[in-house]
Design a protein around this ligand. Structure first.
Ligand code: WTA
Length: 646
């Protein structure tokens, strides 16, 4: 595999960037020639941000799995596609070659077909990080079913909401998942999610932990039985085949739910061709991937980072992707370093929160670990503070590995702003330059471009993008208007990211964090409104307001102000725990507030709007600069809240 579109110098980056902006159709049309199509496009790009409508490679036909698997078989069939490191380091490593991946994906596609799944059907996947998860995702793509992967940390209620929103008819899950010293009973969570559900017809259960599960006749089937049966269907005389469904370039590939500033999570929809191109292009360029490199992205496939940089990006490039089932701190805080050493990892891509958490264990866990295979390091998910950046650089990269700080979102499909390892310059805590095809702009509240810099030459504003790149979201599932409202209505003719950013005189960007009511806790997106809804469901909670505050390890912590009715037990600590139970039930453990302060009132304007600005300041400990509180209905409530601050 070679990548003629791999950028290898700053000059080339500049030239490619210029071309991508001036002649996007010629630029991307040219790159698209490096992929396998059943039929080529009539037109490269057609778009407007009004509706919005974005179509890349109109009229083209393809199947992404032929690009991720089949086209590599002739030359790389025996090369590892996935190296799987189990939760327990004593357990056997599994190496999935491209040949094996092909066979398993064909088999699983056949299983889906046998169970009645058709092109366009939604299949919900709720599994741990096992290779079978990759087979399930790619099996869906092979038959043109739309996968919707749900992270294992979400509750039954969250799953039920997502199943309903997507009108999913099929589920693939595991009996359980291993994470550190815990076994998480996934199937039983699914059973709870299915109480009252009328759309789901089949649940396919892979056995990983062999925890006892209830299997309903007619609905639940075992993965192993189904796969065994399908094996005879897809393999004849040693030749494996399952014809891939021919997909339109714009056919949806998957839905991934993510939190916004209002209401329930939205199902972000990505297309087939544009997403494929973008994850491949950014993978090859940002990480400067060279054939044979072992790429270790530590994300979970339940998040976009796992979709794009464990599966689609690396596999479409014929790469070797390391998939890790466990967590960085088990059996001890040296686990990542053991994995790097054991598998001779070349590229390590993780989140600042993981780096900060590992920093907390000092240098002991790094001792005796051979990290010399590392060439490139990356971070994603939240702004990286300089201290973490330098620690990563010095102690992990030993000062010789470029660090790429990749800024992007579920909605963007892949990296939009990032340096390219060793090719374009890094700047600690700055994501730096846009990828070719990405045109960022900083605007003020009114949507006017900010051009005035401060005395240091820095421009500050809300980050928008002017034109579509191939992997921009196409819609939010089942509700296109919501997509327009959320991303394209704040500022006319711009995609609004929800992030604030700085730009220096050299054109580098630094993302400062969300400017809307979305929190970023340990790199996970959580909407304050979602957490408030969950809190308000707790009997006894009258009203609540949730804000973020700086947290040393998580980046942001969740601070909840709660007005509580009668506390019959008079035990605040116990009541807090009860409330956390409710949040865990409604959303999942990842949304549990770090702090719950009981208050008698919330600062509201005369029109009844909660003044979050004030609550945020208090949570941040900046009580000296609360600003004007005179417009509040009851200014005294602020003093009370300040006094009771946790
Ligand atoms: C934040 C994760 C600063 C940002 C891929 C964005 C970042 C949100 C960075 C999307 C970065 C992501 N520097 N902030 N390098 N990367 N973010 O959808 O606030 O889970 O809007 O996608 O994470 O989170 P999501």
């Amino acid at each position: 595999m070679s990548y003629p579109y791999q950028i290898t110098s700053l000059e080339q980056y500049k030239a490619d960037y210029k071309k991508s902006v001036e002649e996007p159709e010629a630029f991307w049309g040219n790159i698209a020639e490096n992929f396998q199509w059943r039929k080529k496009w009539n037109k490269v790009l057609d778009w407007n941000f009004r509706e919005p409508k974005v179509e890349w490679f109109q009229g083209a036909k393809l199947n992404i799995t032929e690009n991720c698997i089949d086209r590599h078989l002739a030359t790389m069939g025996d090369k590892p596609a996935i190296i799987w490191e189990p939760n327990n380091p004593e357990e056997r490593v599994r190496i999935v070659t491209y040949n094996r991946l092909h066979k398993r994906v064909c088999q699983f596609a056949q299983v889906l077909k046998n169970n009645g799944v058709k092109k366009g059907d939604r299949v919900c996947i709720y599994m741990g990080m096992v290779p079978e998860l990759a087979y399930a995702v790619l099996g869906c793509a092979r038959i043109g079913a739309i996968h919707s992967v749900i992270f294992g940390g979400f509750s039954a209620q969250s799953i039920a909401d997502r199943l309903y929103d997507a009108q999913a008819e099929f589920i693939v899950t595991c009996d359980g998942a291993y994470r550190g010293n815990k076994d998480i009973p996934l199937k039983s969570v699914i059973d709870d999610a299915l109480i009252g559900n009328r759309t789901v017809k089949k649940v396919i259960v892979y056995t990983r932990t062999r925890t006892p599960v209830s299997m309903l006749k007619g609905r639940d089937v075992w993965w192993e039985d189904e796969m065994e049966h399908a094996e005879h269907q897809v393999e004849q005389n040693g030749v494996v085949s399952f014809p891939a469904e021919e997909m339109d370039a714009e056919d949806p590939l998957f839905i991934l739910y993510t939190s916004g500033s209002t209401g329930k999570p939205k199902g972000v929809v990505h297309s087939s061709a544009g997403y494929m191109l973008w994850t491949n292009y950014t993978f090859v360029n940002v990480f400067q991937y060279k054939p044979g490199d072992v790429h270790f992205c530590t994300a979970d496939i339940g998040w976009i980072t796992g979709h794009s940089y464990i599966l689609y990006g690396p596999l479409s490039a014929g790469g070797t992707s390391l998939m890790f089932e466990g967590i960085p701190t088990w059996p001890d805080a040296g686990r990542f370093w053991d994995i790097v050493d054991k598998h001779k990892v070349n590229i390590l891509y993780t989140a600042p929160t993981a780096i900060r958490s590992l920093m907390g264990f000092g240098l002991e866990p790094l001792k005796g670990k051979d990290l010399s295979s590392l060439k490139i390091l990356g971070t994603v998910g939240e702004p990286i503070n300089e201290e973490a950046w330098h620690w990563y650089d010095e102690h992990v990269g030993k000062g010789k590995c470029p660090i790429v700080d990749t800024w992007w979102q579920t909605e963007t499909g892949g990296c939009l702003i990032s340096n390219m390892a060793g090719v374009t310059p890094a700047k600690p805590s700055w994501a730096t330059l846009p990828m070719p095809g990405v045109q960022p702009i900083l605007v003020d509240e009114k949507g006017e471009e900010v051009t005035e810099a401060d005395e240091d030459g820095i421009i500050k504003g809300n980050l928008c993008i002017k034109a579509p790149w191939p992997a921009i979201l196409r819609t939010t599932y089942g509700d296109h208007e919501r997509c327009r409202q959320n991303y394209f209505a704040t500022y006319e003719n711009l995609y609004f990211t929800g992030d604030g950013a700085l730009k220096d005189a050299d054109g580098n960007f630094r993302i400062t964090g969300r400017v809307d009511d979305v929190l970023n806790v340990s790199g996970h997106r959580i909407g304050t409104a979602e957490v408030e809804n969950a809190l308000n469901m707790h009997a006894g909670v009258v009203e609540s307001a949730v804000v973020g505050y700086p947290h040393d390890v998580k980046g942001q912590g969740i601070y909840a102000y709660v007005i509580y009715g009668h506390m019959h037990n008079n035990d605040e600590e116990l009541t807090r725990k009860d409330i956390l139970q409710t949040v865990t039930r409604v959303i999942g453990p990842i949304a549990k507030p770090d702090k719950i302060q009981f208050v008698s009132g919330l600062p509201k304007t005369r029109s009844g709007k909660i003044m979050r600005r004030i609550l945020r300041k208090i949570a941040e400990g900046e009580t000296g600069s609360l600003g004007d509180t005179s417009t509040l209905l009851d200014p005294a409530v602020v003093d009370e809240i300040v006094k009771g601050k946790l």
